[in-house]
Design a binder for this molecule. Structure first.
Ligand code: FES
Ligand SMILES: [Fe+2]
Length: 316
């Protein structure tokens, strides 16, 4: 289960995308159903009824906040406990549970832990820009036809900026770049992942990338006296499908009227990446030695190391 992406926390959707109706999502090859219980909290169950395997997401949520299977009407609460089995008053409910996953609502996002255990799991490590109450946030959600590891690497990759984003966020680099320019990437391991800084021709003050394992990149954009960060949350759905959630956080231009402008800008940047990343096909990133790499690939190679040494073998 959750092969190659097991026992990790990941955002899956925005909190306001889950109301009382069941919502089906794919996550790392599994299908989940998300819904709100009577207490308003989100539950995440495998979208497979333990009775005969029907998709719970095709059922309904009852007035008690239970999800009712569309096939024989069994009901489960948001923790997966069977609450009602029609026509079988003697059924041992404690033996008939659906499989629930740990779930948290943090900031604007719903996070799911990719293992149906709740024993001794760590809490999610959430970047400040996703929860800081003094910031405005604008979200963009896109579907990319690629393996999530290609999308994740793209987010950690600085040398593509003056090419893919030559008209947007890479414009400055493009202008300064000469035929003999050199980009140096420093990488520092952190308790949650890593921190990369890219310098072209020794010039300081560029953007700083932070990597939060397994699938979040935070870009700190230096604007004097201001807080501006772009978060890329790279969510594996199923083979060849990656759900990208981009969140821009800022402490300026906070009026709602700015939202569509930032939305448009972030969507444009994400779509510039989409074309290039999708052109590489839907396979996962290969082992480092299989592709040619150079020193400005430092950050992406760090991700590849983590993926191959820790994450890829996880799950069953
Ligand atoms: S398959 Fe769900 S109640 Fe029978
Ligand atoms: Fe990009």
């Amino acid at each position: 289960m959750f092969k190659g992406f097991s026992s990790v926390w990941t955002p899956v959707l925005r909190v306001n995308q889950i109301k009382r109706r069941p919502v089906a999502v794919h996550l790392a090859g599994e299908r989940l159903v998300l819904f709100r219980g009577q207490d308003g909290m989100v539950g995440a169950l495998l979208d497979r009824c333990p009775h005969r395997g029907a998709a719970l997401s095709q059922g309904r949520v009852t007035s008690e906040g239970h999800i009712e299977c569309p096939f024989h009407g069994w009901q489960f609460d948001r923790r997966g406990n069977a609450c009602y089995v029609p026509l079988n008053p003697d059924a041992k409910l404690s033996l008939l549970s659906a499989r629930a996953l740990p779930v948290r609502e943090i900031g604007d996002l719903v996070w799911v832990y990719t293992s149906p255990t709740s024993q001794d799991i760590p809490e999610p490590i959430v970047p400040d820009g996703l929860v800081n109450p003094d910031l405005s946030r604008t979200y963009v959600q896109r579907l990319w036809r690629c393996h999530w590891t290609r999308a994740m690497e793209n987010m950690l990759d600085s040398p593509h900026l003056p090419f893919v984003h030559r008209r947007t966020i890479g414009k400055q680099l493009r202008t300064r770049m000469t035929p003999s320019s050199r980009m140096e990437i420093t990488w520092e391991d952190t308790p949650y992942g890593g921190r990369a800084e890219a310098r072209m021709d020794g010039q300081e003050g560029g953007a700083i990338l932070e990597y939060f394992k397994p699938n979040i990149m935070v870009l700190n954009i230096p604007v004097p006296g201001k807080y501006l960060r772009i978060h890329a949350l790279v969510v594996p759905e199923q083979s060849g499908h990656t759900h990208l959630i981009i969140c821009q956080s800022r402490n300026f231009a906070r009026w709602k009227v700015w939202d569509p402008i930032f939305y448009w800008m972030n969507k444009r940047i994400a779509d510039e990446d989409k074309n290039v990343v999708e052109s590489g096909g839907v396979a996962e990133v290969p082992p480092a030695a299989t592709e040619c790499s150079v020193s400005s690939d430092r950050a992406t190679l760090q991700f590849r190391k983590y993926y191959y040494e820790e994450l890829r073998a996880s799950g069953d």
